[in-house]
Design a protein around this ligand. Structure first.
Ligand code: GLN
Length: 563
């Protein structure tokens, strides 16, 4: 479809079956799209592959803007339980998103915005709002063309807003799900309107290797791809995930079956080192396959081997030392709920060329007396108490903090972890036995953690969370200042409660230092105990801004103290 045709279509959206909403400033052909879908099973690393593609293209000088399009009906990830869905990743603009956005940001080393994250809930709520306002001018509002039309508008809006050369769209779920069908259909229409050379479909599939057979089997992958073809989505590239390297005959089968040239059927087997994946994909020709499919002239792109250098820097071949960091949380059964913390530790591994072992400490087990704090913390070089909500596990976390404070074990308390540290200090140093957060005990006589007056006005779950990036003023001659090396820093928040200003003086008199404050109001954001080996609490989440080759200063401080 030509530029003119496309703009003609956009003018008659009400009476036509096309419903193609073209955002202001959009120019067809200026931006290319790569759509990543999954087949056969979920959980095989679509987010990692998408992030790797973003990295590969950026390394060649292309500006990439990745989008995660989720099929769930939640408007955002704010109300999702991390135990079911993995960590809620908060963007600088305050959007609560899927953890894949964290992966994108870390790989391209750039902040993303709400435009990079789409959910069915977001699209539908907008459509219903528009319908109530009479914006569809008497039309019956339908799955096709309206839901798909609004979806395409989001894709194109991201192209305009991000000024990207390539927009990556990762579609949540797998091909064949009911929920994501409108996304796949929108992608199909996008290719129809933008042209084949402007939209590339990559399918990530899985090659099984049942132990009883001892050989790789491609049938499930074939069926998954067939499902895609049935929906009118011809893949341009197929990436085959597998446990062991994919055999050539399997790649050949997939090629014949899916109409995809053999050089564009790429095997990607399980890898020990996560940071090798982009380079592995490059060596298998994924970037070339994308350029070929999108008719991007490769010779015009930069090529300075920066990916090789990055991979080298992120790889720890012979660790100088091995340390163990305990994480005392309550979602320890699902590591994805703390993924950014794990990543921040990995960034430190590369920085210090050490191996960091994580020991998961289930706080509820300490609380219920099933395990003793000294037994679980034994052998741990440092401890992190991560963010959290609610009563369950809190007393266990408080016991862990007490142990670290008394035994001089390096400690980093994040968000709820900072609040636990304040409660512990209030109870055991200030002698306020009843000290608590009003989140747990609304009747406590010593509410060291409470709602700030401003927040009390805002009602509703999620409504009064403080979300996103805020500036923090750092006090000179403190640990925090040494770590960050500047007076004003910016970090990301996701919390509802705060340190109660009424008690600050008492805390300070007993040696606690509040080294980070909000610039305008007197809200405490960082606490530290200067006499301790390393004892730091942050109301923000430093793990959200930690990046490869730029580890979070708070994590660096913790690991350095452990070493
Ligand atoms: N539950 C605490 C609050 O709302 C801490 C939140 C968190 O750790 N993310 O303030």
């Amino acid at each position: 479809m030509g530029e003119k045709q496309l703009s003609e279509l956009s003018k008659k959206t009400v009476d036509s079956e096309f419903f193609t909403l073209i955002p202001d400033g959009y120019k067809k052909g200026k931006v290319k799209y790569v759509v990543i879908t999954g087949s056969v099973i979920s959980g095989i690393g679509k987010g990692t592959v998408t992030s790797s593609i973003a990295k590969l293209l950026e390394e060649r000088g292309l500006k990439v803007s990745p989008m995660k399009a989720e099929a769930y009906y939640n408007v955002d990830a704010g109300t999702l339980n991390p135990f079911r869905h993995g960590e809620v990743f908060v963007l600088d603009d305050g959007t609560e998103t899927d953890m894949d956005l964290g992966s994108y940001e870390r790989f391209i080393d750039r902040n993303l915005t709400k435009e990079n994250y789409l959910t069915t809930g977001k699209i539908l709520s907008e459509i219903i709002e528009k319908e109530r306002a009479g914006k569809y001018l008497g039309r019956d509002v339908q799955f096709i063309p309206h839901v798909t039309g609004e979806t395409k508008k989001y894709f194109r809006q991201l192209a305009v807003d991000s000024r990207a050369d390539v927009v990556l769209i990762e579609i949540g779920g797998t091909v064949g799900d009911y929920e994501n069908m409108y996304l796949l259909e929108a992608a199909r229409q996008l290719r129809y309107e933008e042209g084949e050379e402007n939209v590339c479909f990559i399918n990530l599939t899985y090659i099984f290797e049942p132990k009883t057979l001892g050989e790789q089997k491609s049938k499930a992958a074939q069926l998954g791809i067939k499902k895609m073809i049935e929906m009118g989505l011809m893949p341009d590239i197929v990436i085959c995930r597998s446990e062991n390297p994919v055999h050539d005959n399997i790649r050949e089968k997939i090629s014949v079956f899916s109409n995809v040239p053999l050089n564009r059927v790429i095997g990607l087997h399980d890898s020990e080192n996560f940071y090798q994946i982009p380079l592995m994909l490059k060596e298998k020709g994924l970037d070339k396959a994308i350029f070929e499919s999108l008719k991007i002239e490769e010779k015009k792109l930069q090529n300075n081997n920066s990916l090789e250098k990055w991979t080298e820097a992120m790889t720890v071949k012979n660790p100088k030392k091995k340390i163990t960091i305990g994480i005392a949380g309550k979602y320890t059964g699902l590591k994805d709920s703390y993924i950014s913390i794990i990543k921040a530790l990995e960034h430190c591994e590369a920085e210090f060329k050490v191996k960091i072992e994580v020991k998961w400490i289930e706080a509820t087990e300490i609380e219920t007396g099933k395990k003793k704090v000294e037994d679980v913390i034994k052998g741990v070089d440092g401890l992190i108490v991560p963010g959290g909500y609610g009563k369950r596990g809190a007393e266990g976390k408080i016991e862990c903090v007490k142990y670290c404070r008394e035994k001089n074990i390096p400690f980093l308390g994040i968000c709820y972890g900072l609040q636990m540290a304040l409660i512990e200090f209030a109870r055991n140093v200030l002698g306020k036995e009843d000290a608590n957060t009003i989140e747990i005990d609304s009747e406590t006589k010593q509410p060291v953690i409470c709602l700030l007056p401003d927040q009390k006005k805002i009602e509703g779950l999620g409504g009064n969370n403080r979300l996103g990036g805020f500036d923090i003023k750092v006090k000179e001659n403190t640990i925090a200042f040494k770590l960050y090396g500047k007076n004003t820093i910016r970090e990301r928040f996701r919390h509802r409660y705060e340190c109660n200003p009424e008690f600050i003086k008492e805390f300070e008199e007993k040696g606690m230092v509040f080294s980070g404050k909000s610039p305008k109001v007197d809200i405490m954001q960082i606490l530290e105990l200067p006499k301790h080996k390393f004892f730091l609490g942050t109301q923000f989440h430093p793990e959200l801004t930690s990046r490869p080759l730029k580890p979070s200063p708070c994590f660096k401080g913790l690991i350095k103290a452990c070493l």
